[in-house]
Design a protein around this ligand. Sequence first.
Ligand SMILES: [Zn+2]
Length: 481
Amino acid sequence: MQTENNQNLFVAEFKKYKSEADFVAFKTVSEKSRDYTVRNGKPDQFYESNDSGLLIEVMKNGHIGYGATSEFTSEGINHAFKKAMAMTTAAEKNSVFKFTEAIRPPSKGSYETLRSRKLDQLSLGEVYDFLKKTSLALKTNDKIISATSDVMLIETTQNYLSSAGAEFTQDFDIIVNSMQATARDGAETQTRSLHGGRGNCLQAGAEYFNLDKALQECEQISREVLELLTADNCPSETCDVILAPDQMLLQIHESIGHPLELDRILGDERNFAGWSFVEAADFGKLQYGSKMMNVVFDPTVAHELASYKFDEAGNPAHKKYLIKDGILQAGLGSLESQMRSNLSGVANSRSSSWNRAPIDRMANINLESGDKTLEQMIASVERGVIMFSNKSWSIDDYRRKFQFGCEYGRLIENGKLTKILKNPNYRGVTVPFWNSLSALSNTTETYGSPYCGKGEPSQVIRVGHASPYALFKNIEVFGGG
Ligand SMILES: [Zn+2]
């Protein structure tokens, strides 16, 4: 779609329609995805796809409508424009709110992933060599029955023009690299993976592929999966818990990110993704967590998965505190949700592609670091469990009660790491849990997920989460079968 002819057509067609409603925006999305898997040293799955299309947004009498097309011709665009106008005219009768053009700023500029070599310069041979070597490096023992190395490479370009005067392009290179080993001995089967199967998930170019670093990660995964085969089950008791950053990513995502989405708080999502225990009156007041809890929305971090310069309403993206010193400050709401709710929000109007309307989403939601080393945190625990890498999760519709399982644990006794534990799990209730936060490490690790689902029709988008190690007091832990 991003050829010169298409770009000329995009601009010419936009000029044709831009005065046909109170507000008109054209957005193109073009995405190339490659997903390669090598299992036990042999090619397993090689998949490539290209997808591109145009979304047209119109505003008429304070109501918004959408039309989309993958047919990039004058006829296709005309059809999509008519659809957008018909949709807003029909739906206007049941409008919940009358918007103004203030929700569509006239932003101009461009963004591109920080990289030294673009992903389109990476050959299949280079990727296959990396995957084959890492897959074989995982298989250090006959008990390892499956050793998988996978990489997803995504190249996305967005182009946006609006009648308010917005004009920007954004160009993303995304890498999701995961490695996983499954081992079996008799009736016992265990899996260990790079950061709970989500792997290294970031914005970067071809320079990401560092075989030496990946081989070290393989050595650790393969050693730990074999350890789990003979490990004790996690005990069932109430004790301290230290969560590693690759479990915190899901803890932050499910018990901070989703409940703070303003469209959820407004009730838009209740039929599908659910509601939230957070109410409008809680902002500025609710002691969400202990005083050391500082959580930011920050799409400006280089290499983090959901970094960008503008959201899909053209709102410039800035770092903003959602929770400061444990007190809830702002929600994850776009300019539309901010206008409707009269609450503070962020630049998070995002869609999964050209054929979906943008809604309130997470981007990068990060927990800020503390002042302890991990060794100091472990030394402060009389009895507890440290847990690594998310394996399972469950949380209710209001994002209140949750239960998480991890791949790998260690018992902490009298300030020292002792036994290795398999099947470590814990449960809690969001606000008391975060209020039991009592130490944070002084460094953070950054992860992400390409699979956050929400919306009706369904939309899957990419999110980033950075976190330090975190110590929670008096948590219910338990083992598994
Ligand atoms: Zn999600």
